[in-house]
Design a protein around this ligand. Structure first.
Ligand code: RRO
Length: 309
C-alpha cells in the first residue's frame, strides 16, 4: 500500500482523490469516484439551499488549463448529507469529505450547525475561496474576517474541520494567514482553489459568460502556483495540520511534486473532468513507479522533502 496516507486520525488507502467541483455534484458521479482507485471523494461545495449557479457557458477548456465560473451550483446540504450517509452505510471503514460554503458568516454557522447535528463521521472542508459569486470576494483574502469566523466556529464546532484556501502570491500574506490558521484546531488546509478572476478570450469574445468572462483558472497553468502554496503552508503551519495539494495534477510526476512540497493528499480536478475517474489508476501507477525509481516505499519517505538547488 505505497500510496496510503493519513489526515488527523483518518486513514486512506490512496492519497489521490477528486477536487471539489469535479465529478461530485450528484450521487451518480460520487459513486464513480467511490468505485475508482481514488482513496476517497469530496462532495461539491454544499450550501443551505439548492443553487442553479451562473448562466452558461460557464466552463471552457483551453490548451494549458481551464476557466470556470459555475457559481456554486449544488443540490443543497441535505442532499449531500443523505448521499454521504448511504455511501457510509455501504463502506463503514471509509472516510469521506463534505465541502460546505455560504455567502455570509451567519449562514456559514447555520450550515456548519446542520453538519454538526448530523451523523456525518468524516472530514469537513469549509470552502473560503469560491471566486465566482458576483459581489462576494473570496473570504480567505480578508484576513480579519477569516480570523473572526474561525474564532467563532471553534467555540462550538467539534467535528474535524479543514479549509480550502485561494492561492496567495506574497510571502507576507502567507505569514499573516499562517499566524491565524495556527491558532485554531484545523486538521487540514487545502491549497489551492482555482486562481480567481482570470480572463480567457475566443476570437473577440470572452470564453465564458458570467461576470464579463472572469473565472477561476485551473489545470496545468495552476501547478507552479499550487506547488508554491503547498510548500509555503508546509513550512509555516503546525505539523499536525495536514496539507491537501490541489492544482495542475494530471500525471504521476505532478502528484509526486505536490507530495515533495508537503501534501499528504493530492486532489485531481481539471484533468479528472476531462479524463474521467480512470485517471486515478493511471496516476497511481505512475506515482508508484516514480517512487520505486527513487527507492521510496511510502509517501512519508519523501513528503515535504523538496531539495533546494
Ligand atoms: O462553483 C464554482 O464556481 C466554483 C467554486 Br464553489 C470554487 O470553490 N472554485 C471554483 O473554481 N469554482
Amino acid at each position: 500500500m505505497a500510496l496510503k496516507t493519513q489526515i488527523a486520525n483518518f486513514h486512506f488507502d490512496n492519497c489521490l482523490m477528486n477536487g471539489s467541483g469535479i465529478y461530485c455534484s450528484e450521487r451518480e458521479s460520487l459513486a464513480k469516484i467511490d468505485q475508482s482507485a481514488a482513496g476517497t471523494f469530496i462532495t461539491k461545495t454544499a450550501t443551505l439551499e439548492k443553487r442553479l449557479g451562473n448562466p452558461k457557458p460557464r466552463y471552457f477548456k483551453f490548451q494549458i488549463g481551464s476557466i470556470n465560473s459555475f457559481g456554486l451550483p449544488n443540490l443543497g446540504i441535505d442532499y449531500y448529507l443523505d448521499a454521504l450517509a448511504d455511501f457510509q452505510a455501504k463502506n463503514p471503514e471509509k472516510t469521506y469529505f463534505l465541502s460546505v460554503a455560504e455567502m455570509s458568516a451567519e449562514k456559514i454557522y447555520q450550515v456548519l450547525k446542520i453538519v454538526q447535528a448530523s451523523d456525518f463521521p468524516g472530514l469537513i472542508e469549509l470552502n473560503l475561496s469560491c471566486p465566482n459569486i458576483a459581489g462576494k470576494g473570496q473570504l480567505a483574502y480578508d484576513f480579519d474576517s477569516t480570523d473572526r469566523l474561525l474564532g467563532e466556529i471553534f467555540t462550538w464546532f467539534n467535528k474535524p474541520l479543514g479549509i480550502k484556501l485561494p492561492p496567495y502570491f506574497d510571502p507576507s500574506h502567507f505569514d499573516q494567514m499562517a499566524e491565524i490558521i495556527n491558532k485554531y484546531p484545523l486538521v487540514f488546509v487545502n491549497a489551492i482553489n482555482s486562481i480567481g478572476n482570470g480572463l480567457v478570450i475566443q476570437g473577440q469574445k470572452t470564453a465564458i459568460k458570467p461576470q464579463h468572462g472572469l473565472g477561476g483558472l485551473g489545470g496545468s497553468i495552476a501547478k507552479p502556483t499550487a506547488l508554491a502554496n503547498v510548500h509555503a503552508w508546509f513550512t509555516r503551519l503546525r505539523p499536525d495540520i495536514a496539507i491537501i495539494g490541489t492544482g495542475g495534477v494530471s500525471s504521476g510526476q505532478d502528484a509526486f511534486e505536490h507530495i515533495l512540497c508537503g501534501a499528504s493528499m493530492v486532489q485531481v480536478a481539471t484533468a479528472l473532468g476531462h479524463q474521467g475517474p480512470d485517471i486515478f489508476a493511471r496516476i497511481s501507477q505512475k506515482l508508484e513507479s516514480i517512487m520505486a525509481d527513487y527507492g521510496y516505499h511510502d509517501i512519508s519517505d519523501f513528503r515535504g522533502k523538496l531539495q533546494y538547488r
